[in-house]
Ligand binder design. Structure first.
Ligand SMILES: Nc1ncnc2c1ncn2[C@@H]1O[C@H](COP(=O)(O)OP(=O)(O)OP(=O)(O)O)[C@@H](O)[C@H]1O
Length: 582
């Protein structure tokens, strides 16, 4: 196929401009002097090829190998030369009165391609195009196909021949190829790059470029096609290998922490025994489980137990914390993205956590924080067991068991319109409520022993609590639940040098016994007002954090800025982190 054009001169320069908009630079040489360039390169007009400062190819051109190849292009035929870290393709035949040098601008950093063709006619341009793409599709300004060559050097198939004269919109609707770059170019009036799937199962990267007439109307759309099927298969294989590696990493971390005694669920209370009996029963099924409970009660540990007790135990256990990942990244974290799907997306795309959990369990932690627009996408993914990656056009199928956890009242969120009712029903198949630590104080001594043992094993030092100190721990209401207890035991283990931890070592709020009540009237110690205000503030902040989990929501309820709340929390932590009097 040739790209001969009746008005090579005028339209030729438009075509140059269009190519340049697509990131392909074009320079026409007479001998070694530059006589024509596309718009952005005007400053180099009239110079010699070895005097091109400030060009993207500046570092490449002075290279002796390239210059030599350029000068002898007529004689040597297609030549590959390496120019610094780049590769350049110099090709051509005939006299050297004029030549065309094509190179890709920023599109393929580190892999620029140059081409010298001679003479400047469109047949040679086709040869030039072969170096940057595998084929072309040309339509008129209405999207009707005038030329279609999906791959150079191969005779068109009967199906491809039938496409001549058809409209791209029709072919797109019939999914002969999808999505159509031409349609997007016509809709937006600008160059477009799309990743396209075709009916015969090829994967194409297509750059569509508008060509305009004197009154700025689009008269042609030229699409350069690159077949990336093989590349895509490799990329998929790589993604699979990466996901396997990630699985092994997680498994290794799990084994290490199991060895260290982390991840073991410790309890003595009847309440926990009942909860875990239910957990162990549903573990064997594939049902979706919703784990409810205040922050730090052990929801994640319970989810892990569900996974370990299921037939998926050899598959991955993947956790996504819906409140920890910034909202703008959450969709791509969960569902993954195709290469170049959005600004900042990696070239090779990314496997989402949902895909990573294939054949395993996905824990949606803090599911109440999931933004509404993702709730819809998640619901469909859960129902159909398939979804699209961000910017992807192919469905990904997954076999994942979903476990969700939250410290929020989802029913209340549904009433407020912040959580979709249908998703709530979908997740709430088997609800499991974990009681707060204050409602199962008999678990406190065994948990303390468990955490102490862990540190003793690690540091080779034995420490114990006096009965009075243990009693204070049992009495304290633990708004941060087991996590707060775990952190306190670690802090005391590290800061108290005595082998015995007594009441005096405990932080104020744990040490000071709950105020005695007489009937319904609280008996107040008279304390300085500032101290009382601080105490109340601490209590309210702890309660708001325990109930709402994130500083964003706690701040809203307390009626302060999030930054103010974070500062207060830091101050409180600082106060509590100070070594206690010994
Ligand atoms: N019964 C338990 N036995 C041993 N360790 C526990 C127990 N419950 C909780 N923990 C420990 O307490 C910490 C908090 O537990 P986990 O992260 O499971 O709580 P969570 O309810 O998921 O918290 P959040 O709502 O903040 O995500 C973890 O380090 C966990 O190992």
């Amino acid at each position: 196929m040739a790209l001969a054009h009746p008005h090579a001169g005028r339209t030729g320069s438009k075509f140059l401009l269009a190519l340049e908009r697509a990131g392909i630079g074009v320079v026409i040489l007479r001998g070694e002097r530059i006589v024509t360039t596309g718009g952005a390169l005007r400053t180099i007009l009239g110079r010699r090829v070895d005097q091109w400062p400030g060009l993207p190819i500046e570092t490449a051109l002075p290279d002796a190998a390239l210059l030599a190849a350029l000068r002898s292009a007529g004689g040597v035929g297609p030549t590959l030369v390496s120019v610094g870290s780049r590769m350049a393709l110099v090709a051509g035949a005939g006299d050297q009165n004029s030549a065309v040098l094509l190179f890709q601008l920023a599109q393929m950093p580190g892999a620029q391609r140059f081409h010298v063709a001679d003479p400047w006619v469109f047949e040679e341009l086709e040869a030039v195009l072969r170096t940057v793409c595998d084929g072309v599709l040309v339509t008129d300004g209405q999207g009707t196909i005038l030329r279609y060559t999906p791959s150079w050097g191969q005779a068109p198939t009967p199906e491809e021949l039938l496409m001549m004269g058809k409209s791209v919109a029709e072919l797109e609707a019939r999914r002969i190829f999808y999505p159509s770059a031409t349609r997007q170019v016509l809709a937006t009036g600008t160059s477009q790059r799309v990743l396209q799937d075709t009916a015969p199962g090829r994967r194409l990267e297509v750059v569509g470029i508008p060509v305009r007439d004197g009154s700025n109307r689009i008269v042609r759309v030229v699409s350069l096609i690159r077949d990336i099927t093989a590349e895509e298969q490799l990329r998929r294989r790589l993604a699979e290998i990466e996901s396997l590696a990630e699985r092994y990493r997680q498994e290794l971390a799990r084994l290490r922490s199991a060895q260290a005694g982390d991840g073991e669920l410790v309890f003595r209370s009847e309440r926990m025994r009942q909860v875990l009996a239910v957990v162990d029963r549903v573990a064997a099924t594939d049902s979706t489980v919703l784990i409810l409970g205040e922050t730090g009660v052990g929801k994640q540990l319970v989810a892990r137990r569900l996974h370990q007790g299921s037939s998926r135990r050899d598959g991955p256990f993947v956790v996504v914390n819906c409140s920890a990942v910034p909202e703008s990244l959450l969709e791509s974290e969960l569902f993954g993205y195709e290469g170049g799907a959005f600004t900042g997306a990696g070239r090779h795309g990314k496997v989402g956590l949902l895909e990573l959990a294939h054949k395993g369990t996905l824990l949606l932690d803090e599911v109440g924080e999931l933004p509404l627009h993702l709730q819809a996408k998640l619901l469909h993914a859960l129902q159909d067991r398939r979804f699209f990656r961000v910017g992807g056009t192919r469905e990904v199928r997954v076999d994942v068991r979903i476990v969700a956890a939250t410290n929020r009242d989802l029913e209340e969120l549904v009433q407020e319109g912040a959580f979709r009712r249908d998703l709530y029903y979908r997740l709430n198949v088997v609800p499991v409520s974990i009681p707060p630590l204050r409602e199962r104080p008999e678990d406190i001594p065994v948990l303390v022993e468990h955490f102490l043992r862990r540190h003793s094993d690690r540091y080779g030092r034995h420490v114990e609590f006096t009965p009075a100190a243990m009693e204070a721990l049992v009495r304290y209401p633990w708004p941060g639940n087991v996590r707060e207890l775990e952190n306190l035991v670690e802090r005391l283990f590290v800061t108290v040098t005595d082998p015995v931890i007594d009441v005096v070592h405990l932080p104020d709020q744990v040490r000071v016994p709950a105020r005695p009540r007489r009937g319904n009237v609280e008996v107040h110690r008279i304390v300085p007002l500032r101290e009382a205000v601080e105490e109340l503030e601490t209590k309210l902040i702890a309660e708001a954090m325990a109930r709402y989990g994130s500083t964003r929501r706690a701040a809203r309820v307390l009626g302060v800025d999030q930054s103010t709340l974070v500062r207060r929390l830091q101050k409180l932590h600082h106060r509590h982190d100070r070594p206690q009097p010994m």
